[in-house]
Write a protein that binds this ligand. Structure first.
Ligand code: ADP
Ligand code: MG
Length: 307
């Protein structure tokens, strides 16, 4: 009976007496795009390495399509694709040559390989690039990494921080690719330390901190939960030349003023920058600086912890 695509049971990894992953229980449904969110050092990469069978758990297990990973690593490799945090290619070869090199690890003959590689280079928009991989941008390398992970047309795809260090255009292209692959019916497990990243492509999210899952749910569920505890609020920071008068608005949930009243941190449910500028203008208060901060991952964690 195949009900869940990806499952971990009490998954634990101990390094030098420290639990990098601590009793993790995950269940990810078939066709889901799952966002594995957590700050640096939380245990995301270690979890993924155990899921793809590259390292063995100290305790517990990983199951993919009813196959226990550590017991059947080769069988699992046939149905999964994996993009590591730092994918490496041969810099003095083209994309096609690199992919052909890796495709030889799968049972595909030369003509099959050629066809598959052409399709994949088309998909990741590298088909017309003749340049050697050594000269690629970070975004191009990450897209080639995705092509590599897709060589065996896997059912389940693991992507470890695929958009870290990409420029906004690169992030956008990557997101589109993930959506496309999801539409084709692949189950996708993608890790990130950036909330806005996972919230744009994932249907369900798990938040990991210090090796433990601290929250889990659909994006909607987590959003309403975060909304309830106020973690979704924006922070508008205003610095002025003259002291700031008190600003009121129904979307303002909290405001803190500095002693000199020349700086205020306003927590609000919506972007009130225009409103605040016009209020200050009316009162003749000149603005030195105004900026808005969206909730950070830390805010989300704090709200989850406080609960
Ligand atoms: P993340 O991917 O979320 O940033 P990691 O899974 O890489 O986190 O790391 C989790 C914890 O395990 C960190 O404290 C890290 O230092 C430690 N760790 C990871 N890999 C090793 C290793 N090979 N040897 C010792 N400690 C490790
Ligand atoms: Mg990592």
């Amino acid at each position: 009976m195949e009900t869940k695509t990806i499952k971990t049971e009490n998954l634990t990894k101990v390094y030098n007496g420290n639990k990098a992953v601590d009793g993790l229980n995950l269940e990810i449904a078939e066709d889901d795009v799952f966002g594995f969110l957590g700050p640096n050092g939380a245990g995301k990469s270690t979890t993924i390495l155990m899921l793809v069978g590259m390292i063995e758990p100290t305790e517990g297990k990983c199951i993919i399509n009813d196959i226990e990973v550590a017991r059947n690593p080769l069988k699992v490799k046939e149905i999964i694709g994996y993009l590591p945090e730092d994918v490496g290619f041969y810099g003095d070869m083209t994309a096609e040559q690199n992919l052909d090199y890796f495709a030889r690890f799968y049972a595909m003959d030369a003509s099959e390989r050629k066809k598959r590689i052409e399709e994949l280079l088309e998909l990741v928009q590298l088909a017309s690039v003749s340049q050697k991989v050594g000269g690629y941008s970070r975004g191009m390398t990450q897209r080639l990494g995705l092509a590599k992970a897709l060589l065996n047309d896997p059912e389940v795809l693991f992507l470890d921080e695929p958009t870290a260090n990409l420029d906004p255009e690169g992030v956008f292209q990557y997101r589109e690719l993930i959506k496309q692959l999801s539409d084709e019916g692949k189950t996708i497990f993608v890790s990130s330390h950036i909330l806005s990243e996972v919230s744009k492509v994932c249907n369900t999210i798990g938040i990991i901190s210090k090796g433990t899952l601290i929250a889990r749910g659909t994006l909607e569920e987590l959003k309403s939960e975060l909304g309830r505890v106020g973690a979704e609020n924006l922070r508008i920071i205003v610095e002025t030349i003259e002291p700031i008068p008190e600003i009121t608005h129904r979307d303002i949930v909290n405001a803190e003023y500095s002693e000199t009243k020349r700086k205020a941190i306003i927590e609000a449910k919506s972007d009130l920058r225009d409103y605040i500028s016009s209020k200050l203008f009316e009162k003749g208060v000149k603005i030195k600086e105004m900026r808005m901060e969206e909730p950070t991952l830390e805010d989300v964690f704090l709200s989850v912890y406080r609960r």
